[in-house]
Design a protein around this ligand. Structure first.
Ligand code: VG1
Ligand code: CO
Length: 552
């Protein structure tokens, strides 16, 4: 028998009503998380859920812990370790300096057979005391907790009467090795190792190194997020890309004051650099926690939907890890249907899921799909259970090295063969939540009457609120976004964001398919649809704004 530990305190608490995880974990203003016991309550609720799931009395085995390095990361890690120790978690694996990218967290959970992991990140949202913070729980397959689990966590937060915390000293996060806190082993691990090994097993690092030796040029913008150290290690050390290939490579608590969001708006400097004379062959960036990516050729932005389709098209031919072919592909509902056409040509299934990576987990676990993607700059495969920004860059490096073609040639060839999905997402940020809900409710009511009417020059063939039945476990997720499908293959999709921390964000997704006219200016092709979406939603009337805040 171990002697009773006396440094554990049980602190009475009252629930916070707003701890329901959204599309990707619990995201709030940093100051909300800093207000004791906000973080304590949530972490205790997660541990209660995990313990309940593991079976009463069973100690929680291994948990993984890490974050994207944003402001409050270190404090939150030390607090979480004290709570884990008080709850007698068997072992906690922490990334050195408190860092782990989202896909690396997934890799560690899988390779070390952990029960789950806590990831401290608000992804691409800005960081700092007046910006955003977040916590996400991942389960034993390495992926985000599915809805059933996040709902149980939410239930726990609402019932919470106390949390447990151990009065133990801070762990030195800078040094790899093991410390013991009461009965809990805390091991500081190299955040790069498991992840790099998985990537090495998929990609032909020798061929990529040779391509750099022959003068291939990459610029990778880590946006002062967590991928700086990963990018330097993989591109510059393992693949021999010249020093300076990685820019903004040091993780900063406030990401240098920017949004670490790899899109045309927030990665503007990189976009400009790729438009200059003598630009590198490939430009890429990742978001704060390393799961998103942007891919740029010289003067060319590859939309995430096209990138997903092209990676699917070339994977078996250009990447050793997929030489045996793909079991299937999946995309989130609002993502363009470009990948559907490639799947059809490859004669593999293509699944359509709600927004959020958690919906891909079951399909990948069941061996039904290999590659997945979202329009929100997320691509990945079943090597982990998260989207993976650096993986996407390695896919493009492999395609370019193995075909010897430029990004532009690859994209053009894709459009000539399959046609082009013109795609844009229009975000209206900072809306009044009640008004935005009302606006969508009114449209939802009208959906039945839309079929057969003309919209933006084409007939509506179907209009509904997307409801997903998981083909693996039969679970149903309703209300996943309004979609209006037109006879010419165009679509308008509208939904509210589940990751924001201020007011509501309306996302309007516009997609227009052209089989032959693949070189039109995108604004011109999409403007009739944009107009039609506006007329349907009446954004101005309900929310008092007429223009989107961000177009990607
Ligand atoms: C957004 C994206 C979604 C993505 C999610 C998390 O969600 O639309 O595709 O999975 O962010 O990405 P929402 O509910 O705001 O539309 V990340 O990089 O924040 O983990
Ligand atoms: Co992210």
């Amino acid at each position: 028998m171990t002697p009773p530990t006396t440094n554990i305190r049980t602190i009475p608490t009252t629930p916070f009503p707003d701890q329901r995880p959204g599309t990707s974990g619990l995201r709030k203003k940093t100051r909300v998380f800093m207000q004791e016991p906000y973080l304590e309550n949530f972490v205790q609720a997660v541990l209660n859920t995990v313990q309940e799931h593991a079976g009463a009395g069973l100690p929680v085995r291994i948990l993984v812990l890490g974050g994207d390095g944003r402001y409050y990361n270190r404090t939150a890690i030390q607090k979480t370790l004290r709570i884990a120790a008080a709850n007698k978690v068997g072992e906690v694996l922490v990334g050195r300096d408190g860092l782990l990218s989202t896909p690396a967290m997934s890799a560690v959970i899988r390779r070390r057979k952990a029960l789950g992991g806590l990831l401290l990140s608000a992804s691409h949202n800005p960081g700092g005391p007046d910006a955003d913070f977040g916590i996400k729980y991942n389960v034993s397959n390495g992926g985000p907790a599915p809805e059933g689990v996040t709902e149980r966590i939410f239930e726990q937060t609402k019932q919470l009467a106390s949390y447990r915390i151990a009065d133990v000293p801070d762990v030195d996060l800078g040094r790899e090795g093991t410390t013991v806190l009461n009965e809990t082993k805390v091991t500081v691990i190299d955040p790069l190792e498991d992840y790099t090994s998985i990537l090495e097993s998929l990609f032909d690092f020798d061929a990529l190194r040779e391509n750099f030796e022959h003068g291939f040029r990459l610029v990778f913008d880590a946006m002062n997020g967590v991928t700086g150290p990963y990018g330097r290690h993989i591109f510059e050390r393992c693949l021999g890309a010249p020093a300076g290939t990685v820019i903004r490579g040091s993780p900063l608590e406030d990401f240098g004051g920017h949004h670490p969001d790899p899109n045309l708006v927030h990665a503007a400097e990189l976009v400009a650099r790729m438009g200059e004379a003598g630009a590198p062959d490939l430009g890429a960036a990742c978001d704060g926690d390393g799961d998103r990516n942007i891919i740029l050729g010289r003067n060319l932005f590859v939309t995430p939907g096209d990138s997903l389709a092209i990676v699917t098209e070339y994977a078996a031919q250009c990447i050793p890890g997929y030489r045996g072919g793909l079991a299937g592909v999946a995309r989130s509902m609002p993502t363009s249907m470009a990948v559907d056409r490639v799947a059809q040509a490859l004669a593999i299934p293509c699944y359509e899921t709600p927004t959020g990576w958690k919906f891909f987990g079951n399909l990948m676990d069941a061996g039904r799909c290999t590659i997945c993607g979202e329009e929100s700059f997320g691509t990945g495969s079943d090597h982990v259970r998260e989207k993976d920004g650096l993986w996407a860059v390695l896919c493009w490096l492999s395609i370019l090295a193995s075909t010897g073609r430029s990004v532009e040639e690859i994209v053009q060839a894709h459009w000539r063969r399959f046609g082009r999905s013109y795609f844009q997402r229009h975000d209206y940020e900072g809306l009044d939540g009640t008004k935005a809900e009302e606006m969508l409710a009114v449209l939802r009511e009208k959906l039945r009457t839309l079929e057969g009417t003309l919209l933006g020059g084409s007939r509506v063939v179907r209009a509904d609120d997307f409801c997903y039945t998981d083909p693996v476990d039969g679970s149903v997720s309703a209300g996943q976004g309004i979609r209006i499908m037109l006879a010419d293959g165009s679509r308008v999709v509208a939904r509210l964001s589940g990751t924001g921390t201020e007011g509501a964000t309306l996302r309007v997704y516009l997609e227009c398919y052209r089989k032959d006219a693949v070189d039109e200016p995108i604004e011109r092709v999409l403007s009739p649809l944009a107009g039609a979406a506006n007329e349907l939603l009446h954004v101005q009337q309900y929310c008092g704004v007429s223009e989107p805040t961000v177009i990607t």
